[in-house]
Design a protein around this ligand. Sequence first.
Ligand code: ZN
Length: 62
Amino acid sequence: MAEAVTGSEAVTGYCVKCKEKREMKDAKEVAMKGKGGKERRAMTGFCPNCGTKMFRIMGAKK
Ligand SMILES: [Zn+2]
């Protein structure tokens, strides 16, 4: 694989509780099955402020 997501890269997501964008805590990459059996990458993490789980779908393009 040519391009890997580095663990040190900050991932931001939208916290629905804070109603703000925040940096995800404990962000990790997950693979989701989309339509047509295509795999999509997403990031999950937690809001550093309130602990709400955050989720962000990563596009195919960077
Ligand atoms: Zn929050």
